[in-house]
Design a protein around this ligand. Structure first.
Ligand SMILES: O=C1C=c2cc(C(=O)O)[nH]c2=CC1=O
Ligand SMILES: [Cu+2]
Length: 505
C-alpha cells in the first residue's frame, strides 16, 4: 500500500516517495514550512529466526526498500506520508491541539452511538481511500506487460484495512509450478503481533476520523473475555445477529449482511503469484460457537484468563514464536495458556475469540472482512496497553533480533506506509499515541507472597479476637453486677473495692 502520488513509473523508478502536502506547491514533505524532510529509509537488517529460510525471494524482506528507499520523516506533531497531516492525537493547522480519543466498551454505547458506529463502518466500506492504492502484483511485475502501467488499484478505506492484514500473512511465491511458502507471517506468531495490530487499528481509526471530519472519533472494543457461548455483540443493532434462515449467515436486518469479502482467491495468489485486489466476492460467513468438531472453540475466554496473562512478567520469550512459554505476547495472542505454559492444543484469548466466530473471522487471510475483527483487536490492544502500564517495560524489553522475519524491534511493519517500526508502537497509548481506553480490569490475583501475608495477618487477627473474647468472658463473669439473678452453679470473683479484698461467691 502506497500513496497514489508515488506509484507512477517515474516514482517507482526513482524509489523516492516524498510527495508535497496537497496544500503546498512543490514542497516535498513540507520541508520549506518545517513540516518534515525527505530522508533515506532505514530498514532492519539484523538476523531473523529460522522460520523463513530464503533470502531475496519476498518483496517484504527489509520492508519497504524493495519499492522505495526514500520517504518523508515528519517533525514535531506533523504526520502523514507527506507530513501534510498531524501525528496521532494532534489536530489543528499547526497540529498544536491535542484531541482526546477514548475507546469505549461497545456494549456501553447508547443506541445512538451504536447506530453511528455501525453506519461509520459501512461508510468506510464504501468510501474509496483518498490517497492510498494497493499493489495487485509483486514488484517483479509491477510495471505491467507494457512496462509502464503500474499495477495498483484504488480500494475503499475498510477494504484497505482487510488488504493490509492479508498482505502481511500471505505466502511467499516461489515461482510458477512451485508451492508457495506458508511458514511466514509478518503480523502473527511473534513479538510484532501486538505492535502490528496496534498500528493496523490506528491507521483505520485515523482514516475514519478523516472520512468523518471528526479527529476525536474512536473505535470501540468488544470485551470478549466473558465466557459462555453467547456472542453478545452479534445483534442487529451492532455487528449483526444470526440469520434465521442460515446459521452461518448474518441476519438481513444488519447492514453487514450486504458486505462482500475481498482476498478470497488464495488458490490463484499462491499458484500465479498475483496479489489480492479490491474486487469483492461472497458474503461474510459467521456461526459463533458453532464449530461442533472443536468443542474448545465453542466457548469464549474467561475474565480470569485476562487477569492471568496480565500477571506474566516477560513480554516475550525465546524462540519469540507461537511456541514460546511464559510470554505475555504468546498468551494474549492465544497460542499458549493464559498462565503462560505452551501447549500445541491450546487456543486461548485472541485466537480463541477468532475461532469462536467459526467463519470468515477465523481464517487469517480473510478475518478482517468480518467487522467484529475491529472490536476483537481493540480489546486485545487494550489488554496490551494495560500490560504496558502495569509492567512499564524499557524499550529494550522488545527483542532486537532473532525473531521471526518482520518481528524484530526496528523492522518496518509490513505493509504500512510511511514506514513505522515495531518499536514505535511499544509505548503506552495515552502518553504517546493520543488514545486511551475506558476499561475496568478483573481484580489482580494475589501473588504467593500476598497469599501468605494475608493468611498470617488473618490468623493473628483471629487469635487476637479469641484472646479478647476469652478475657472479656472471664471479666464479665467476675464483674457482672446486681440486677441479674446468678444462675445455679455460677461462680463469681467478687472484688471489694473498699477493702481491696477478693472473695469467691
Ligand atoms: O484471523 C485470524 C485467525 C486465526 C486463527 C488462529 C488459530 O489460532 O488457529 N489464529 C488466528 C489469528 C487471526 O488473526
Ligand atoms: Cu490478525
Amino acid at each position: 500500500q502506497f500513496p497514489r502520488a508515488c506509484v507512477t513509473a517515474e516514482g517507482l523508478g526513482s524509489a523516492q516517495c516524498c510527495p508535497s502536502p496537497s496544500a503546498l506547491e512543490s514542497d516535498p514533505c513540507g520541508a520549506r514550512s518545517g513540516r518534515g524532510q525527505c530522508v533515506d529509509v532505514r530498514a532492519d537488517a539484523r538476523a531473523h529466526g529460522p522460520q523463513y529460510p530464503y533470502d531475496g525471494r519476498d518483496d517484504r524482506e527489509r520492508w519497504p526498500r524493495r519499492f522505495f528507499t526514500r520517504a518523508c520523516r515528519c517533525s514535531g506533531n506533523f504526520g502523514g506520508f507527506d507530513c501534510g497531516g498531524c501525528a496521532h492525537g494532534f489536530t489543528g493547522d499547526a497540529c498544536e491541539r491535542r484531541v482526546p480519543v477514548v475507546r469505549r466498551n461497545v456494549m456501553q454505547l447508547s443506541a445512538e452511538e451504536k447506530r453511528f458506529f455501525v453506519n461509520a463502518l459501512d461508510q468506510a466500506k464504501r468510501t474509496p481511500h483518498p490517497d492510498i492504492v494497493i499493489a495487485t502484483r509483486r514488484y517483479a511485475e509491477i510495471l505491467g506487460p507494457d512496462n509502464s502501467t503500474t499495477q495498483f488499484q484504488n480500494i475503499s478505506i475498510y477494504n484497505l484495512f482487510v488488504w493490509t492484514h492479508y498482505y502481511s500473512v500471505s505466502k511467499t511465491f516461489l515461482g510458477a509450478g512451485q508451492d508457495s511458502f506458508g511458514g511466514v507471517d509478518f503480523s502473527h506468531e511473534g513479538p510484532g503481533f501486538l505492535t502490528w495490530h496496534r498500528y493496523h487499528l490506528l491507521q483505520l481509526e485515523r482514516d475514519m476520523q478523516d472520512m468523518l471530519g471528526d479527529p476525536s472519533f474512536a473505535l470501540p472494543y468488544w470485551d470478549f473475555a466473558i465466557g459462555g457461548s453467547e456472542c453478545d455483540i452479534c445483534t442487529d443493532d451492532l455487528m449483526g445477529a444470526r440469520s434465521s434462515f442460515d446459521i452461518s449467515s448474518i441476519s438481513s436486518n444488519s447492514i453487514f449482511s450486504r458486505w462482500r469479502v475481498i482476498c478470497e482467491s488464495v488458490e490463484e495468489y499462491d499458484t500465479l503469484g498475483t496479489i489480492c485486489n479490491s474486487s469483492e466476492s461472497s458474503p461474510i460467513r459467521r456461526n459463533p460457537a458453532g464449530n461442533v468438531a472443536r468443542p474448545m472453540v465453542q466457548r469464549l475466554p474467561e475474565p480470569q484468563d485476562v487477569a492471568a496473562c496480565l500477571e506474566l512478567n516477560a513480554f516475550d520469550a525465546p524462540p519469540f514464536y507461537s511456541t514460546s512459554s511464559d510470554s505475555f505476547r504468546n498468551s494474549i495472542e492465544g497460542y499458549s495458556a493464559p498462565q503462560g505454559n505452551y501447549d500445541p492444543a491450546v487456543r486461548s484469548l485472541h485466537n480463541l475469540a477468532h475461532l469462536f466466530l467459526n467463519g470468515t473471522g477465523g481464517q487469517t487471510h480473510l478475518s478482517p472482512n468480518d467487522p467484529i475483527f475491529v472490536l476483537l483487536h481493540t480489546f486485545t490492544d487494550a489488554v496490551f496497553d494495560e500490560w504496558l502500564r502495569r509492567h512499564a517495560p524499557d524499550a529494550s524489553v522488545y527483542p532486537l533480533e532473532n525473531t521471526p522475519i518482520g518481528h524484530n524491534r526496528e523492522f518496518n511493519m509490513v505493509p504500512f506506509w510511511p514506514p513505522v517500526t515495531n518499536a514505535e508502537m511499544f509505548v503506552t497509548a495515552a502518553e504517546n499515541l493520543g488514545y486511551s481506553y475506558e476499561a475496568e480490569w478483573p481484580a489482580r490475583p494475589l501473588t504467593p507472597t500476598q497469599i501468605v501475608t494475608v493468611a498470617v495477618v488473618t490468623a493473628l487477627i483471629a487469635v487476637a479476637i479469641i484472646f479478647a473474647a476469652s478475657t472479656c468472658v472471664v471479666r464479665s463473669r467476675a464483674y457482672r453486677t446486681e440486677g441479674r439473678q446468678p444462675l445455679l452453679g455460677d461462680q463469681y470473683q467478687r472484688y471489694d473495692d473498699h477493702n481491696k479484698t477478693q472473695s469467691v461467691v
